[in-house]
Design a protein around this ligand. Sequence first.
Ligand SMILES: CC(C)(COP(=O)(O)OP(=O)(O)OC[C@H]1O[C@@H](n2cnc3c(N)ncnc32)[C@H](O)[C@@H]1O)[C@@H](O)C(=O)NCCC(=O)NCCS
Ligand SMILES: Nc1ncnc2c1ncn2[C@@H]1O[C@H](COP(=O)(O)OP(=O)(O)OP(=O)(O)O)[C@@H](O)[C@H]1O
Length: 293
Amino acid sequence: MVRKAERPAPQTPVVIAEWLGGLASAALTAELETWPKPGLVSHIDTGSHDDMDHATFQRSAAALRPYFGRLAQAGGEGADMDRLRRIGREAEAAMLDATGGVNTHRGAIFGVGLLCAAAGAAWAEWRPVQGVRPRLHAGTLTDIVRQRWGEAIVSGPIPLHSHGSGALRRFGAGGARMEAAAGFPHARRVGLPALRLGRALAGGEEAARVQAFFSLLAVVEDTNLLHRGGAAGLQDAREAARRFLADGGIGQSDWVVQAAAVHRDFVRRRLSPGGCADLLAATVFLDLVEGGP
Ligand SMILES: CC(C)(COP(=O)(O)OP(=O)(O)OC[C@H]1O[C@@H](n2cnc3c(N)ncnc32)[C@H](O)[C@@H]1O)[C@@H](O)C(=O)NCCC(=O)NCCS
Ligand SMILES: Nc1ncnc2c1ncn2[C@@H]1O[C@H](COP(=O)(O)OP(=O)(O)OP(=O)(O)O)[C@@H](O)[C@H]1O
C-alpha cells in the first residue's frame, strides 16, 4: 500500500486544486457520516431537521467539489476576498440547485472554502524539493486566512436577514465570520487535538470525529444553536457536551449510549449545532491536508 506522505507530488496548479477540492468534499462526507452528532443529520437519521437527509447532503457535497477546487486555484493566484466571495456565491447557488433549495452547506462553503483558498496559496509559494511535495500544515493555512482575508471578512457585507446576522444583533455573536477572521482557532486548537486524542482513545475514525465534535460543541458560540434555542439552548448544549467529555468522552465503554442520549435530547428540543458541524468538517479538512489517515 502506498502511504499518503509518499505519494508523488502533484505538480500543476490544476491538479493541486483538484486534489484539494477532493479533500474538501471528502471532509464534508466524513462530517455527515459521523454519529451521534447531537441534533444533526447523518447516515443514521435526520436529527432535528425535516427538510434534509443523508442523500440531500451527499448531493450537496458532490456538487461543491469543483467549487472548492476553484477556490484553491484562486487562492494560488493571489485572489482577494471579493473574488473568493464571488466563487462562494456561485457555490451556494450550485448547492441550492443540488438540494432543491435547501441550505445544507452554507457555512461549510465559507469555512472549508477559505481553507481551500489558503491551501492553494500556501502551495503556490512552495517549490517541490527533489520532486517531493512539501507538507501543508494546519497552522500555515489558518494563519493565511487570518492574515490575507481576515480584515476583509470582518469589514465585508453582512446579510440583513440570515440566522447569523440575527444572532449578531440579538446576542453579539460573531459566528462563522469571526471564526474565520480569527484563523479558525476552534478548528485548529480544539477540533484537531481532540480528533487525534480520539484516535488514541478508541482507534476508530468515526469515534474520533465524535470526540472532536463534542469538544467543539463544549466551547463554540454556535449561531445555529442561538437561532433555534436562544442563550439557554446554547448554554445547555455546551453543558451536555462538557459532561460527556468530563465523563471520559469516547473513552467510556458505553460512549455510544451516552452520546445517543444527548442526541435524542437535542432532537426533542429541535436544537441543531450546524456551526459545530462545519467546524468538524474544517477540522477533518485540516487533518487530511496534513496527511492524516
Ligand atoms: C459568512 C456566511 C457564512 C454567512 O453568514 P451568516 O451568519 O450571516 O449566515 P447564516 O446564518 O446563513 O450561516 C451561518 C452558518 O455558519 C455556521 N456557523 C454558525 N456559528 C458558527 C461558528 N461559531 N463558527 C463557525 N461557523 C459557524 C453555521 O453553519 C451557519 O449555518 C457566508 O455564507 C457568506 O457570507 N457567504 C458569502 C460568500 C462568501 O463570502 N464566501 C467566501 C469564500 S468561500
Ligand atoms: N450534518 C449536518 N446536519 C445538519 N445541519 C448541518 C450539518 N452540517 C452542517 N449543517 C449546517 O446547519 C445549517 C442548518 O441549520 P438550520 O436548520 O438552523 O438552518 P435553516 O435550515 O436554514 O433554518 P431553520 O432553522 O429555519 O430550519 C446548514 O446550513 C448547515 O450549515
